[in-house]
Design a binder for this molecule. Structure first.
Ligand SMILES: NC(=O)c1ccc[n+]([C@@H]2O[C@H](COP(=O)([O-])OP(=O)(O)OC[C@H]3O[C@@H](n4cnc5c(N)ncnc54)[C@H](OP(=O)(O)O)[C@@H]3O)[C@@H](O)[C@H]2O)c1
Length: 279
């Protein structure tokens, strides 16, 4: 870590637990690469304490913070302003402190779309099928709709998909049990559930009827190659892993706090992936 001066800009990630977060490593890489006088630190903040803690960070001169589990919904409530990305996602993952105020946004949708494009996939190429209707599905669905994509949701709990469709007009719904058959009508399928993550069962999506042009994206990045991606790759389908989304979603926050728009490249990917592979 570089030596800080009295002018250093400081940001961090608020979560509980926060020990698993790769964000300090990711932002630390960029701070070092661009020779920035700044730091990005883990902020272990217990559930319920974020409103007080965030006002404290603001008062202490922090530039801002990322917000992760379990604070993303609470952050939405206490921000002085929230932008459209946060409003449509119903959650905040990035706080920017400016002029004594806390501005909230949600960069997950941006990160998802930027990662797709980095893989050469244009989101509006064809209809997308999202598996899951949780927090990240909300952000991804909103971003895809904004990009002009036709979006269908399949969620285990249909009521939750219906709630999402009420909030995001234009969203279509199919039953969770029909997701395999629905693949044929889609250009992109996205796993937004934790299924396939270390400690969770695989999603068990049957790709045998999928068109050869289907792009398979998995937002899970631990492991880097999920059972879904491995099955898709074995079938010759194009794959988009979740690590790139994590890297790209960090760009707007870093830019706002430290004044440099950072690059997401192979060197960064390898640096963060090495930490995941070491687990
Ligand atoms: N790559 C990235 O940058 C990035 C960003 C955000 C999230 N993620 C990953 O995305 C995943 C989901 O995160 P989230 O915040 O959206 O979670 P969440 O809000 O808790 O939503 C979880 C979703 O998964 C569904 N689900 C959970 N267990 C299931 C099961 N056994 N069978 C079928 N469906 C199941 C839930 O369905 P019900 O409604 O039926 O409960 C819900 O729709 C996590 O693994 C997270 O690490 C990655």
């Amino acid at each position: 870590m570089s030596i800080l001066s009295g002018h250093s800009r400081i940001a961090g990630i608020a979560g509980w637990p926060v020990t698993y977060s790769r964000s300090p490593r990711l932002h630390g890489f960029w701070l070092q690469r661009y020779g920035i006088d700044g730091a990005y630190v883990p902020l272990p903040i217990r559930p319920g304490n974020l409103p007080t803690a965030a006002r404290g960070l603001l008062a202490a001169g922090f530039a801002g913070a990322n917000v992760t589990i379990p604070h993303k919904l609470a952050a939405f409530e206490f921000c002085d302003t929230v932008d459209d990305t946060a409003r449509r996602a119903g959650a905040v993952n990035t706080l920017v402190f400016r002029d004594g105020k806390i501005a909230g946004s949600n960069t997950d949708g941006y990160g998802f779309i930027a990662n797709l494009r980095a893989h050469g996939v244009e989101p509006a190429t064809g209809p997308a099928l999202l598996l899951g209707a949780g927090g990240s599905a909300r952000a991804v669905a909103a971003a895809l709709l904004d990009a002009g994509t036709v979006v269908t949701i399949a969620n285990r709990t249909r009521l939750r998909a219906e709630a999402l469709a009420r909030d995001l007009p234009g969203l279509r719904i199919v039953d969770w049990d029909t997701k395999d058959a629905a693949l044929v009508d889609h250009a992109l399928v996205v796993n937004t559930t934790p299924l396939g993550m270390v400690g969770h069962e695989a999603i068990g999506l049957d790709l045998s009827g999928a068109p050869g042009s289907l792009v398979v994206a998995d937002n899970v990045y631990v492991p880097l190659e999920t059972p879904l991606l491995a099955a898709a790759r074995a079938q010759g389908l194009r794959c988009v892993g979740g690590l790139g989304m994590l890297l790209h979603q960090a760009v707007p926050g870093f830019h706002a706090w430290f004044g440099t728009k950072p690059d997401v490249d192979e060197e960064l990917r390898r640096f963060v992936a090495a930490d995941l592979l070491a687990q």
